[in-house]
Design a protein around this ligand. Structure first.
Ligand SMILES: [Zn+2]
Length: 511
């Protein structure tokens, strides 16, 4: 707000009608004496709409030119709008925009439900049939910057591989949901009696049927959690069950170094056999219901892990449902500890923050603490657009926000994805990436389904391949890779990208 405008005494006596017609953005609060003017400097407070022509209004041609220029300026601010597409990319862009427009216009003009914005549980099968989905599936999407490792592997792998291993137990809880765990010998639990999966499977009349039932029970996809589990909290309760299901087989509690080493070895083995997979890094994460002391100890462990695996362990985060649990501020002393020792000891933070609809609450203020604690990126940041000062800071500093649209919908932050809180920030080229959070739980493919809904619901009808390409580029740019690693990943990605464009044009331009 321009202070000078407010202090200008002439403004207070100006008739309200003149104020309202004076310019584009005027908010009138109750009375003439409390008129508030936004985005105006003293030179634009004039009696009429500022026109480039003196003495008369636009003729039609001038109007259309002014309209085109304003529209282009507005569209030009969107994420990806500044990318220049080469000839082949422009062909693919045309293919994508054609289908996008057809789907949107059909729903808008015929006033039928717009499937891409419906609950993922209703839209999933439909979206997979579109050319846009098939193209996005093949597209090299860069890096997934926000995934939780118990929810990455596919449901097929979980049922057909993991549950076929020895010492895997299952139980059916009171809600009829199957839980899976691994024990040397299972504890007695009358509410959910544990049985060996291999024995149950052997007893089953049909193995296919047995596996199918297990898959349906484990998956979110059979049903819409928001209606089936009674809103956001119910969805989270169901969701938390998933994460209770994995423990060490003989009850041994390994230290964090063991865990980091295990992930590092597994990553290296995978990269060795999959040369087009660049690699993976991990962020240690604590749970927001733990004690201050536990979290303070974990932060110290994260410091030690950073020293031991500087290229693999990236930093520290706090996870679990933000709304009812402890805010970052609760753990402040532990979180401040590393930099109080010395800046060299800093543990980079990657906080989940602002995954909430509760404006102005402790949980909403997690965004403030995440920024003051120098977070490298923000997980979700769903509430960010409600905090203009914080949003400015995020943009200035290039702190990427990891947007997980399907997760936000499944966990009840938004129903119609076109109303996703990140839409205005995507339209203004904020440092954003799209990720998938916990794709296996709702049977989404890592990145593909989220990119699809970002394309169809979170971006404008005129945003095509440039939007998708920019998201892929952002995922590398805002990754926590070293400069050299980013450069080699970018060149690896570029080769894949060019091939993808070539192939997609061949495959989809015939029709
Ligand atoms: Zn997450």
């Amino acid at each position: 707000m321009d202070e000078q405008v407010l202090r200008d005494p002439s403004l207070k006596t100006r008739p309200i009608v003149a104020m309202v017609t004076a310019s584009t953005v005027v908010v009138v609060a109750a009375m003439v004496t409390t008129v508030v003017i936004l985005n105006l400097d003293s030179t634009t407070v004039t009696e009429a709409t500022p026109l480039p022509f003196s003495g008369r209004g636009y003729n039609r041609e001038e109007y259309m030119a002014a309209r085109q220029s304003l529209l282009a300026k507005d569209q030009g601010r969107a994420l990806g709008a500044k990318l220049k597409l080469n000839a082949k990319e422009q062909i693919l862009n045309g293919i994508l925009l054609k289908e996008k427009k057809e789907i949107m216009e059909k729903a808008r003009v015929d006033r039928v439900l717009y499937t891409p914005a419906l609950s993922f549980f209703k839209s999933k099968d439909w979206m997979e049939k579109t050319d846009t989905f098939k193209i996005i599936r093949k597209m090299p999407k860069g890096a997934a910057l926000h995934l939780h490792e118990p929810a990455i592997a596919s449901m097929d792998w979980l049922v057909k591989n993991l549950t076929y291993r020895p010492n895997i137990y299952m139980c059916t809880n009171k809600q009829g949901l199957i839980l899976i765990n691994t024990f040397q010998s299972p504890p007695s639990d009358p509410d959910c009696p544990w049985k060996l999966v291999s024995a149950e499977r052997a007893k089953a009349q049909s193995i296919e049927e047995f596996d199918h039932t297990m898959r349906r029970s484990l998956s979110f996809i059979k049903t819409d959690p928001l209606t089936s589990f009674n809103g956001t909290n119910g969805a989270w309760d169901r969701f938390n069950l998933w994460f209770q299901q994995y423990t060490e087989i003989d009850g041994t509690v390994h230290n964090a170094t063991f865990g980091a080493e295990m992930y590092k070895n597994a990553t290296e083995m995978f990269v060795a056999t999959h040369p087009d997979f660049f690699g993976a890094k991990i962020i240690m994460s604590g749970l927001r219901f733990k004690s201050k002391k536990d979290i303070a100890d974990e932060v110290k462990t994260a410091m030690a892990l950073r020293r031991k695996f500087p290229d693999f362990v990236l930093g520290y985060d706090l996870v679990a449902q933000e709304d009812p649990l402890n805010p970052l501020l609760f753990y402040l002393d532990g979180l401040l500890f590393p930099t109080q020792q010395s800046l060299d000891n800093a543990v980079p933070y990657f906080f989940h923050a602002g995954e909430t609809k509760w404006e102005g609450t402790d949980v909403d203020e997690n965004l403030i603490d995440a920024l003051l604690l120098n977070t490298t990126r923000i997980g979700h940041g769903y509430a960010l657009a409600k905090h203009p000062e914080l949003a400015d800071l995020v943009k200035e500093r290039g702190i990427a926000v990891e947007v997980n649209p399907i997760s936000n919908q499944v966990l009840g932050l938004v129903e119609d994805l076109r109303n996703h809180a990140m839409v205005p920030l995507l339209a203004d080229d904020f440092p954003l990436v799209i990720s998938s959070d916990d794709p296996a739980t709702w049977e989404a493919l890592p990145l593909t389904h989220d990119f699809f809904v970002a394309f169809m619901d979170l971006s404008s009808q005129d945003m095509g391949l440039g939007f998708l390409k920019q998201l892929a580029i952002n995922s590398i740019r805002y990754s926590a890779l070293s400069k050299n690693e980013k450069e080699s990943l970018m060149s690896m990605w570029q080769i894949k990208w060019d091939k993808f464009v070539e192939d997609a044009v061949d495959q989809f331009s015939s029709g």
